[in-house]
Design a protein around this ligand. Structure first.
Ligand code: FES
Ligand code: FES
Length: 163
């Protein structure tokens, strides 16, 4: 017989800080971030892993937080848009986003930036095919795709700093 989800302490590590939370094991990470911890930079778009608005990094990998049970990230490092600028790739991406005025309504952009920063960390000089592969899961209803591609290329050419 299936019972109610069991609440308990989940020992999370988010943006380098320990964040124990009392939530059910199957609560999606996105709910924990936004509704429990008040970290609203990560957005809810579709809720079914189709749009990429909720992308965070889990142990460095871009991951859809809307369908990820919080129990799956215990013991792992979660990075959100709030800490994107702490990494070299994230700082370069955010700078390029501003320089090229990528954002329109902005709703998808946290997820776009999290995907772009993982791409540049792993492939400092990405080809168009690399960009397509890394960014294809991030939907933008405002159609900012051309500026996103230009900004990734601008960020790739920017001086490299700390890792
Ligand atoms: S809100 Fe998670 S992929 Fe759309
Ligand atoms: S900027 Fe509006 S959805 Fe992407």
């Amino acid at each position: 017989m299936k019972g109610a989800p069991v609440s308990g302490t989940r020992n999370l590590r988010i943006n380098g800080e320990a964040k124990p939370v009392e939530v059910p094991a199957d609560m999606p990470l996105l709910w924990v971030l936004r509704d429990v911890l008040g970290m609203t930079g990560t957005k809810f778009g579709c809720g079914v892993a189709q749009c990429g608005a909720c992308t965070v990094h889990v142990d460095g990998q871009p991951t859809r937080s809307c369908v990820l049970p919080v129990s799956a990230v215990e013991g792992k490092a979660v990075t959100t848009i709030e800490a994107a600028s702490r990494s070299d790739a994230g700082a370069r991406v955010q700078r390029a986003w501003l320089d090229l005025e990528v954002v329109q309504c902005g709703y998808c952009q946290s997820g776009q930036i999290m995907s772009a920063m993982a791409l540049l960390r792993d492939k400092p000089d990405p080809s168009d095919a690399d960009i397509d592969a890394a960014m294809s899961g991030n939907i933008c209803r405002c159609g900012t795709y051309v500026r996103i591609r230009e900004a990734i290329k601008l960020a790739a050419g920017a001086p490299k700093g700390r890792p």
